[in-house]
Structures are given as structure tokens and as C-alpha cells.
Ligand binder design. Structure first.
Ligand code: CYC
Length: 203
């Protein structure tokens, strides 16, 4: 943890954590617009406080018929920064060990340690509260490197979080042309919470 970072969660940070804690589905959007939006589930499972020392989530994103085989596993840490909220992104070093822990095997997350994670440099998401919304984007600098289908890209993501919706738009961009290589072509994914885990934040 960087020296000087304030660990006391602000009311704003707690609000964001409560809205984020849950299992989300974009079923409505996928039904409305099937060619453009696959049906996806995204789970933000609260981590026990001892894992990162603050507010953290274990994340699994999967196609809705294949929850057992997530295409992305991550850990995010919500921290208070002077200019707003900063989300640090991590990748588990042994993803297969944690597969399924977002939903069925969540009790095993108590075994997770900081040493099991690699911090993803350049992938911090900067978030600001605007009225009843949290709005965020990856830090500037094109440094969040993601290799997908053998192609080097950098990730540019945007986030809109309210009490009822989690909207995100992950786009992989070509580092030279800055054109979009992967990610939704028809705008953001719109997720609604189908299971609420905010009681697990124990704050
Ligand atoms: C990757 N999505 C990422 C990465 C970030 C985010 C930072 C790069 C780091 C990583 O690989 O874990 C997104 N991080 C976020 C967001 C927040 C955050 C939104 C705010 C809470 O802290 N993503 C979607 C779609 C789907 C998708 C449903 C289809 C486009 O939201 C895919 N995201 C997706 C993929 C990757 C990714 C495939 C790359 C995973 C890989 O490394 O292969």
C-alpha cells in the first residue's frame, strides 16, 4: 500500500462498494439487441477485509450459459484518492485455483492473499461521483496492456454505476492506430443486479 493513502473508507467509497457488490446480468439488453450483445454475467464478490486491508472484490465475467468457465477473473481494490476514488486492478497468478469463487465457492476467498495477485500497472480506473452516479474511466496514458487473440492492445474502459445499474464499456485499442480492435461495437454493456452481496461488506 502506498504511503499516505488513507484507508478509512469515506461515505462515498462505501456507497460505491455497496452498489458494486453483487452479481449482474445484461439479460434485458441481450434480449433487446441480440446480434450486438451476448448475454453476460459479471460478479463482484466482496473480499474479506484481511485480504487487501481495505475494500476489495473478486470479479468473474462469463457468458451466461458458462458461469463455470469465466473469460475474465480479476481482483479490484477500491481506494480513496484526493481527486476521487481509485480502483486498482489485479490478476490472480493462478486463476484456475479461484475459478467459481465468485458464486458457489466464495468461502474459499478467505484464503486469498496479496501474494496471489499481480497488480496491473496502467489499469487503474479513476472514478468521480456525479450526483447519483459514479463515473469512471481507465487512467490516461494507454498503458493497460491486454493481449487478445495474439494481438497487443491497450484497454480503455468506461464505467457508470448507479443504485440500479452497472454499465461498462471495455474496448481494446490498437497501440499504433488507436482504433478499436475488440469489445462491444454498439456502446456500453448495461447490467442489472440479480443478486445483492452488500451485506457481506460488513461495514
Ligand atoms: C479486461 N476490463 C479489463 C481490464 C479492466 C477492465 C481494467 C484490464 C485488466 C484485466 O485484464 O483484468 C474493466 N476494471 C474494469 C472496470 C472497472 C475496473 C469496468 C470498474 C469497476 O476496475 N468486458 C466487459 C464486457 C466484455 C469484457 C462485458 C466484452 C467486451 O465489460 C471483456 N475485459 C474484457 C476482456 C478483458 C477485459 C476480454 C481482457 C481479459 C484478458 O486479459 O484477456
Amino acid at each position: 500500500m502506498p504511503i499516505g493513502l488513507d484507508r478509512t473508507p469515506s461515505p462515498e467509497l462505501l456507497q460505491m462498494a455497496r452498489w458494486l457488490a453483487g452479481d449482474f446480468s445484461n439479460q434485458e439488453q441481450a434480449w433487446e439487441n441480440p446480434p450486438f450483445f451476448a448475454q453476460i454475467r459479471v460478479a463482484y464478490r466482496p473480499l474479506p477485509a484481511h485480504v487487501l486491508g481495505g475494500i476489495g472484490f473478486y470479479v468473474e465475467q462469463a457468458y451466461s450459459g458458462h458461469l463455470e468457465d469465466p473469460y475474465r477473473q480479476a481482483v479490484v481494490e477500491l481506494t480513496q484518492a484526493s481527486a476521487g476514488i481509485l480502483i486498482r486492478n489485479y490478476r490472480p497468478l493462478e486463476p484456475q485455483r479461484w475459478r467459481g469463487c465468485a458464486r458457489e465457492r466464495a468461502d474459499q476467498l478467505s484464503q486469498l492473499q496479496a501474494a496471489d495477485l499481480a497488480y496491473l500497472e496502467g489499469c487503474d480506473v479513476h472514478v468521480k461521483r456525479q450526483g447519483s452516479l459514479f463515473i469512471g474511466a481507465t487512467e490516461p496514458g494507454c498503458r493497460c496492456c491486454v493481449v487478445r487473440n495474439g494481438q497487443a492492445t491497450y484497454l480503455q474502459t468506461t464505467l457508470h454505476l448507479s443504485e440500479s445499474e452497472f454499465c461498462s464499456h471495455d474496448r481494446g485499442m490498437d497501440p499504433i492506430t488507436h482504433r478499436q480492435v475488440w469489445g462491444a461495437l454498439a456502446g456500453a454493456f448495461r447490467f442489472q443486479k440479480v443478486v445483492d452481496w452488500q451485506a457481506e461488506l460488513l461495514l
